[in-house]
Design a protein around this ligand. Structure first.
Ligand SMILES: [Mn+2]
Length: 289
């Protein structure tokens, strides 16, 4: 299958700067695959204010609208399209464009955080904490005005590797009916079992699965180059096992995101190298589709 890479060079979704530089690093290494990096409009003055509970909402929406169009085009042309972030808010246009093109998808969200806050519950105003709720149609209407299709059914949403969940966010997840596998679940049940169960949940009544991989699912001691590190994560080897379990089922996967690499916190390129390795594994698997 033809692969296409799109970079989301934006960190407007988080007050920590740096993840906007990731696509250039990640995509410059990859030859023979068409790629394009998209940037927010020039001249934005980014809000970092702790009091701002809707940080950068308007410019982010304008950027996501363009990203959504590019993703819809690429996916409509039949290319397996991989989105490289950027902060995780770029998954809003990514998931919704997949839903638009493929119709009736599930979502597998591999992440230390569950990204299921809304403007009602967010404690930081960082929009990268809201994308899964938005894509699953749980409040956050104002973040998907560019999308004219349906949202993903929360019953087909599965989170893997979660260990940092806000109190009210946990209520949102329960209320919506999202399935959450914690880091402990991965350890007690085993990685293969959890990923297989996740595929069952995501594919129950749907046709394919969008996989969104946040690098911070890996322990920050091993992958320090992320914007919001969460201690007690899985090892790099365990993350590769998760990826292997995903690539073994590549025929069920329609699209993929790799997000939250922060080059400003990765002076030795350790995190970047791991991110590149994950990307290479997904590309190789998708090419065989
Ligand atoms: Mn995330």
């Amino acid at each position: 299958m033809n692969i296409r890479l799109i970079g989301s060079a934006s960190d407007l979704g988080v007050s920590v700067d740096g993840s906007r530089y990731a696509p250039e690093l990640l995509l410059s290494d990859i030859e023979d695959i068409p790629s394009e990096i998209m940037f927010p409009e020039p001249g934005i003055i980014k809000s970092h204010s702790a009091d701002d509970m809707r940080k950068n909402e308007a410019p982010l929406n304008r950027f996501h609208s363009r990203l959504y169009s590019a993703l819809v085009s690429s996916r409509s042309e039949g290319d397996f399209t991989i989105l490289a972030g950027g902060d995780h808010s770029c998954a809003i246009p990514s998931v919704l464009s997949s839903e638009k093109v493929y119709g009736n998808i599930g979502v597998m969200w591999i992440d230390a955080h569950t990204d299921f806050n809304t403007f009602r519950t967010t404690e930081t105003g960082n929009i990268h904490g809201l994308p899964l709720a938005c894509a699953a149609g749980y409040e956050c209407e104002e973040l998907r005005t560019f999308h004219d299709g349906k949202t993903v059914d929360p019953a087909n949403v599965c989170i893997i590797g979660a260990r940092s969940i806000d109190r009210e966010e946990r209520e949102n997840l329960r209320d919506a009916g999202v399935t959450v596998f914690s880091t402990d679940d991965l350890r007690t049940k085993g990685i293969r079992e959890v990923v297989e169960e996740a595929f069952s949940v995501c594919l129950n009544g749907t046709g394919s699965v969008h996989v969104s991989f946040d690098l911070d699912v890996i322990d920050p001691y091993l992958v320090p180059g992320v914007s919001v590190p969460a201690p007690d994560g899985i090892s790099t080897e365990e993350a590769f096992d998760v990826i292997a379990a995903v690539t073994d089922r590549i025929d069920d996967v329609c699209s993929f995101d790799l997000v939250e690499l922060n080059p400003l916190r990765d002076p030795d390129h350790i995190s970047k190298d791991i991110a590149s390795e994950i990307l290479a594994k997904i590309i190789a698997a998708a090419q065989s589709k």
